[in-house]
Write a protein that binds this ligand. Structure first.
Ligand code: BG6
Length: 511
């Protein structure tokens, strides 16, 4: 009997086979930081529990504060207990047995020599085989120094095993600084050794966009300007800037959410089928989309880009402060906490189809989704008796309540010709027994395996900055047309954002 077709499918094999990496050491710069405690170590722990960490694995944390190995581990354990309250001492001890800590300033060359010696020792004692990953989870202003010093200490070399560097966001503050950082990193590491993180690509549902599009045949024929009216990509957050005002005020929502997360999601929706399910084939296609973004000029920034900043308001019945009242925000700041962009992709497939992207803080809830709205039928047979037909929508819910919904019209039972919108619904939570993995879990594993598919290539980063720079520059040099704050916390953003929609049948989705 012929093998079932799904097992022969390389896409399926690539995605679902057991994947245990080779022995390696992971060095985290910024080891006392929030990301290490909240995301990286919990992700490593999940991998450990699933037996997906290599048989020989060692973690070396580095940051400026002085700490012993024992103190470092005690802090990590405390943080892990927040997400794993049942964590037993014995499980923690076996998970963390090869965790070490080195204090060092990021520009002190001796610290890198000491690290090299420590890694050699770890290789001898723990069998980590000379394979090294350097994870930069520090403030971005020291990325360049760390990379250079790793090179000077010979830690970029791959004569014994692999050497990879993972670079957290933000990769650059603008096009120039991103280019300069690319140059600097590439002086030391080859592109194949560089893993630029965008944690959105590690999200289960973001990856499932690829499977939805390229493991099914029903979507492709309607996936273009002939059938699609427009695409909406929303990433709304209920939280405000919290304690991150220092970073956020000089970034704003375009750098924080669009240059990376929203643009990457747009690429996965819009790109052509890649020739293989392989890092460079996929990144080549994403790059074409980023390069196809119709360049903004001063006029189109006014027409197609809307900015906002939240004022005081109510969320879940509680009064919350406005952005300007948050701790650390400079008086009179006009950093945008909300943006909506209308983007045109100058490609054959998407000519004339607006991609409407929006993201904001302090909106009514945390939701990320893609909604593809289809055109109305060419000849409306029912126009006399069915006036309120809603457009067909395919909605991919990235978070929370991950799943896919198709909305279409159907006849209401009865003697009259009445239509109503119904949903065909797929929910991850009910369709699968196993829950989704955390984004960092997937990304750390992929990096250990040397699979860069879900990481961003240098040219993609630059193309994304290039597309956004006209908007960022204009917004930073001209005060907003309508005085900030222009939306209340707990609302869906400034009313001006409706101007992007133009047509009566286009409406921002109320989520
Ligand atoms: C980060 C941004 O990259 O993404 C944050 O810096 C934002 O401001 C976060 O809150 C959103 O990520 P997620 O996974 O919660 O949607």
């Amino acid at each position: 009997m012929a093998a079932p077709i799904l097992l022969e499918n390389p896409l399926r094999q690539g995605l679902f086979s057991d994947r245990v990496p080779q022995p390696c050491s992971l060095v985290i710069y910024g080891a006392s930081g929030d990301l290490t405690h909240r995301k990286l170590v919990p992700a490593l722990f999940d991998l450990y529990e699933k037996h997906l960490l290599p048989s020989s694995f060692c973690l070396i944390g580095i940051s400026r504060s002085k700490m012993s190995d024992a103190e470092f581990k005690a802090k990590l354990k405390d943080s892990l207990k927040k997400s794993e309250p049942q964590l037993s001492d014995s499980l923690w001890d076996s998970f963390s047995q090869n965790f070490h800590y080195l204090a060092g300033s990021y520009d002190d060359r001796n610290a890198y020599e000491a690290l090299a010696r420590r890694l050699d020792q770890v290789d001898r004692e723990n069998g980590t085989a000379g394979n090294r990953i350097f994870y930069l989870s520090t403030p971005p202003n020291v990325f360049g120094d760390i990379v250079e010093n790793l090179g000077l200490a010979g830690l970029n070399r791959e004569d014994k095993g692999f050497s990879r560097v993972v670079i957290e966001k933000p990769f650059g503050h603008d096009l120039e600084s991103a280019k300069a950082l690319n140059v600097k990193v590439k002086e030391t590491f080859k592109e194949r050794q560089i893993y630029r993180i965008d944690h959105y690509l590690g999200k289960e549902t973001v990856q499932s966009l690829l499977v939805m599009r390229f493991a099914n045949s029903i979507f492709e024929p309607i996936w273009d300007r002939r059938y699609v009216d427009h695409v909406q990509i929303t990433a709304s957050e209920d939280l405000g800037v919290g304690t991150r005002a220092g970073y956020y005020d000089s970034s704003g929502v375009l750098r924080d959410m669009f240059q990376n997360h929203l643009f990457q999601v747009m690429c996965l929706i819009a790109m052509e089928p890649p020739v293989a399910f392989e890092a460079n084939a996929i990144r080549d296609e994403k790059l074409k989309i980023l390069k196809a973004i119709r360049p903004f000029n001063e006029d189109t920034v006014y027409q197609w880009a809307i900015r906002g900043q939240y004022g005081p308001g109510f969320l879940a019945g509680e009064k919350v402060p406005g952005y300007l009242q948050e701790e650390g925000v400079p008086a009179g700041s006009f950093a945008p906490t909300y943006a909506a962009l209308k983007i045109f992709l100058d490609t054959w497939r998407w000519h004339g189809v607006p991609f409407l992207l929006r993201s904001g803080k302090r909106m009514p809830k945390r939701t990320t989704e893609v909604a593809i709205q289809f055109k109305e039928p060419p000849n409306l047979l029912f126009k006399n008796n069915l006036v309120n037909l809603a457009p067909n929508l395919l909605v991919v819910r990235i978070q929370p309540d991950e799943g896919i919904t198709l909305k279409f019209e159907t006849k209401v039972p009865g003697m009259s010709m009445e239509a109503r919108t119904v949903n065909m619904d797929f929910r991850y939570g009910t369709a699968f027994a196993e829950g989704s993995s955390e984004a960092y879990e997937r990304l750390l594993l992929d990096c250990m395996l040397g699979d860069a598919t879900l990481f961003i290539r240098g040219d993609e980063v630059e193309a994304a900055w290039e597309a956004l720079m006209p908007v960022i520059s204009l917004w930073e040099t001209t005060p907003p047309e309508h005085k900030f704050p222009n939306y209340e916390a707990g609302t869906w953003g400034p009313p001006d954002a409706d101007n992007l929609l133009e047509k009566p049948w286009r409406k921002w989705r109320r989520l």
